[in-house]
Design a protein around this ligand. Structure first.
Ligand code: SF4
Length: 375
């Protein structure tokens, strides 16, 4: 049966989302990793079926956009040939697992992720965005990234923690996935249809004591552009990976695989560190922390172009910058020092707030913004 085209959400390649420039088709890398052959193949598909760019999302997924509806089935066949597609659409939707990209082959993070992937069929029906984080390295690195149930490093061993709870439940490696499934079932049994995330549920309803009591462990720093123990790290402004340049980077560096992260960074395993002007290679470059949604003309709700404005302003603003095509604020849910919100072709300015907050100035043109003093 032909998969439905979905307006407004994007759960996976089988069920793409319609946007202003065509379909958005999401690929969920297993274990946050693609072999070199898979990423080179995906780069070619982005040029052949999409707009030549691969989006890296804040859940470490990859998206092709600008895909014609008529090409969707052919693209699925190519993704399947690259082993980037689950045969079962239902399993693909459930495989909403954020994995610390700092794992070593065969370590606890890798083992738990593998077991969870094998047991996805035991999960109850959950809302589309409900997800899991496996963050069991020496220090937790995914605490700022969206997930509903977390397996984490605790102060005294492994813990399972409901998102939004200060503490979790101590678990052994053997029982960890059993307990994760049990907590997912508790959520499924208790949430109302309008409450789709764990943190929202436990702010309205007490989390049972059996899921609390064990303190989380220390937090660590995520990656930054440069070289680390696992390979060479490159940044993608606004999460955009230009497909041809990514193809060249992987080929010319001799990398054997890439790992994807939720921090707009990719990590190339093996190979050499080489110049890559299309990517962010300086950890202090403000583009790596500037947020800007696709904006016009890519998003039908957008009131303004966003990314050119963000590029022009990023180095002029001290602190965080968020440029949003409309008040929905998709690129950054939290507050920023400066937020510019598209409104009827111009920008409203919010200081120390979110895209939906009350602006302190309205009706600013892009030309005015580049000459403004934001202090
Ligand atoms: S913030 Fe508005 S314009 Fe930007 S992607 Fe979301 S809905 Fe579209």
């Amino acid at each position: 049966m032909r998969a439905p085209i979905v307006q407004g959400w994007c759960p996976g390649a089988h069920r793409p989302m319609m946007s202003g420039d065509g379909l958005i088709v999401r690929v969920r890398p297993r274990m946050a990793r693609l072999e070199a052959g898979q990423i080179l193949g995906l780069c070619k598909l982005a040029g052949r079926f999409g707009n030549g760019t691969i989006d890296l999302t804040n859940r470490a997924n990859l998206q092709l956009r600008g895909v014609a509806e008529a090409d969707h089935q052919a693209l699925l066949a190519e993704l399947s040939a690259l082993n980037l597609l689950d045969a079962e659409p239902g399993i693909e939707i459930r495989r909403n697992i954020l994995v610390s990209p700092l794992y070593q082959p065969g370590d606890l993070t890798a083992q738990l992720t593998q077991e969870l992937m094998e047991r996805l069929g035991e999960l109850p029906n959950l809302p589309a965005k409900f997800g899991f984080a496996i963050d069991t390295g020496p220090a937790r690195v995914l605490t700022a990234n969206s997930a509903d149930i977390r397996l984490e490093t605790g102060a005294n061993g492994l813990i399972l923690r409901a998102d939004g709870a200060k503490t979790g439940r101590s678990v052994t490696k053997t029982e960890a996935i059993d307990q994760l499934i049990a907590l997912a079932k508790w959520f499924a049994d208790n949430h109302m249809s309008e409450v789709r995330r764990m943190a929202a549920l436990i702010s309205a309803q007490t989390l049972p004591q059996r899921w609390q009591g064990a303190a989380p462990g220390p937090e660590g720093k995520p990656l930054h552009p440069g070289t680390c123990e696992l390979g060479n790290v490159y940044g993608a402004a606004f999460g955009q990976l230009p497909a041809q340049q990514l193809h060249d980077l992987v080929t010319n560096s001799g990398a054997t695989a890439i790992r994807v992260t939720p921090w707009r960074l990719i990590l190339l395993e093996g190979g050499a560190a080489i110049p890559a002007p299309a990517f962010v290679t300086d950890g202090t470059d403000p583009l790596i922390t500037t947020d800007a949604c696709p904006g016009a003309p890519l998003c039908p709700q957008a009131q303004v172009e966003t990314r050119d404005v963000a590029r022009a302003l990023a180095s002029h603003i001290s602190g965080s910058l968020h440029v949003s095509g409309c008040a929905k604020g998709c690129a950054r849910m939290g507050p920023a020092d400066i937020t510019l919100v598209g409104n009827a072709g111009r920008f409203d300015l919010v200081k120390q707030g979110r895209a939906g907050d009350e602006p302190c100035q309205r009706g600013l043109s892009a030309e005015t913004l580049v000459t403004m003093d934001f202090t």
